[in-house]
Design a protein around this ligand. Structure first.
Ligand SMILES: Cc1cc2nc3c(=O)[nH]c(=O)nc-3n(C[C@H](O)[C@H](O)[C@H](O)COP(=O)(O)OP(=O)(O)OC[C@H]3O[C@@H](n4cnc5c(N)ncnc54)[C@H](O)[C@@H]3O)c2cc1C
Length: 462
């Protein structure tokens, strides 16, 4: 097809959508450029048109139009976790679905698909409540939750999906539905981990947590002490009660002026800790870990829930990154040695971050959901800067690290980390039975194969 023919097709698609009364932006406009740029600058997307629905009815109208005219529709908010490819599709940007209502008495919230966690944390905190947020408050509530949602208080409260009362969702047939344990329960199951495969969520209702404050934050150690700190963390975390959630991160941060001097331009190890038990007991629980070596920075203390992001101190600004991920069944001494050989002080490790999160506790139980792998013991997640030549080095290191940890890997993956759309990825995330069940929900609700998430699943697992 010539460029002129392509341009004409794009213009026609844009005209079709705007004629239907929807707010849409085509390639070449400043609004389009702003809406397609997301958190991970390594993942550029090129949809034909970006639509900004004002409400759920707009989403339903767009999906009905897609059914009539045979085009694909994908969805995105922040770009923290793109999947599947949105190229040459119509992309729904949910930024204007910004409703947020907290029912303090009933301890729940109604949250639009355009809301990021920090808004919920602030609003809930105003009522003395907390929420099952992820590590980065700039992540979208719906994107995170439809991927299961692993929280820095997850060992105490479980997955984010365990707290969802209902989803409002537009399915591929263009129908706006409500999915809950009693209304369309199979669709509800699929949305609890299936990300955007089964529908475009326009809002969800979520239980809040009876917690205004935690004892939490991060203690940073010098990278030279990495071996002692990791071995201590491994032994200490094995004995923690479920009121405690912890992770450890090997950080090699660039010498940026806005980073605290003890962390900028050097190798450090961060132990993250969140204690949801009685506040005055938190320090004693953390004490053995604090004593592992001399901290270079100690940021653990009483933490208002609205400052939840201080536990992981994730970056908030967009940057180009490459990631990888696996799940471990356990972390015996041999696995610790294998890890240290690739991320310890002697290693040539190009990653900005290699992180292990301890699972267990409340993760192990919860209502039936598309999210699998409740039994895994640890997650491993790598993040490298995607700027040549570091990008290639980070990709190679990812491969070598995951191969070295393979003897202890469960072979599973979580929906929210390093997402892809190939058959192997879907099987690793949902298992054979989970993929079959998810496909059945998609086929039942999207007969014309319109939604990008469902399309990708179908194409990979046909
Ligand atoms: C710095 C950082 C920290 C993170 N920390 C955590 C963490 O602690 N725990 C955790 O579980 N995850 C974490 N993640 C992963 C994150 O939760 C996922 O990438 C999540 O999908 C991001 O959602 P989003 O809407 O912000 O991103 P987007 O890139 O906009 O969306 C990602 C995907 O979510 C789905 N999605 C988004 N909106 C909708 C919708 N309205 N309806 C249906 N599907 C939708 C789609 O599949 C979409 O491709 C982190 C990611 C980053 C970059």
């Amino acid at each position: 097809m010539s460029q002129t023919t392509v341009d004409r097709a794009v213009d026609e698609r844009l005209a079709l959508i705007t004629d239907a009364g929807l707010v849409a932006h085509g390639r070449g406009s400043a609004a389009y450029d702003a809406l397609v740029t997301g958190f991970n600058l390594d993942q550029s997307v090129s949809p034909v048109v970006v639509v900004r629905p004002r409400d759920a009815a707009d989403v339903a109208a767009l999906v009905r139009l897609a059914n009539e005219h045979g085009f694909g529709v994908g969805v995105r908010l922040t770009g923290h976790g793109l999947s599947p490819a949105l190229d040459d599709q119509v992309m729904v940007h949910t930024g204007d679905l910004a409703e947020l209502h907290v029912d303090a008495e009933g301890r729940w919230a109604r949250i639009g698909a355009g809301v990021v966690w920090q808004r919920v944390l602030d609003e809930a905190a105003a009522h003395g409540l907390g929420a099952i947020a992820g590590s980065a408050p700039s992540v979208g509530v719906v994107g995170y939750t439809t991927g299961g949602g692993l929280s820095p208080v997850g060992r105490t409260y479980g997955l984010a999906v365990d707290h969802v009362r209902s989803f409002d969702v537009v399915t591929g047939d263009g129908v706006l539905r409500r999915a809950s344990a009693t209304e369309d329960p199979e669709l509800f199951w699929a949305l609890k981990g299936g990300r955007g495969t089964a529908g475009i969520v326009t809002a969800l209702e979520l239980d809040l947590l009876p917690l205004a404050e935690l004892y939490g934050g991060a203690v940073f150690f010098d990278g030279a002490d990495a071996a002692t700190v990791l071995r201590t963390w491994n032994a200490w975390s094995a004995e923690l009660p479920p009121e405690a959630t912890t992770s450890i991160a090997f950080l090699r941060l660039p010498p940026l002026p806005d980073l605290p001097p003890p962390l900028a331009g050097r190798f450090t190890v961060s132990v993250r800790f969140a204690w949801a038990g009685p506040l005055d007991e938190g320090a004693a629980v953390l004490a053995p870990m604090r004593a592992a070596a001399t901290p270079v920075l100690d940021g653990v203390g009483r933490l208002p829930f609205a400052a939840f992001g201080a536990i992981h101190t994730d970056p908030a600004d967009p940057m180009p990154v490459v990631e990888d991920h696996t799940l471990l069944a356990g972390l015996p001494d041999e696995a610790v040695d294998a890890l240290l050989a690739r991320v310890g002080p002697e290693a040539d490790c190009p990653q900005l971050l290699v992180e292990l999160r301890q699972l267990g506790g409340a993760y192990r139980t919860g209502p039936d959901a598309a999210f699998a792998h409740r039994d895994a013991a640890f997650t491993v997640h790598t993040v490298g800067l995607a700027v040549p030549p570091v990008r290639e080095a980070a990709l190679a290191h990812n491969g070598a690290l995951l191969a070295a940890l393979a003897p202890w890997s469960t072979g599973g993956r979580l929906p929210n980390f390093a997402s892809r759309t190939d058959a192997g990825w879907y099987r690793a995330v949902y298992g054979e039975a989970g993929v079959a069940r998810l496909r059945a929900v998609v086929l039942a609700h999207d007969p014309r194969n319109v939604l990008a998430g469902g399309r990708a699943l179908r194409a990979a697992t046909d």
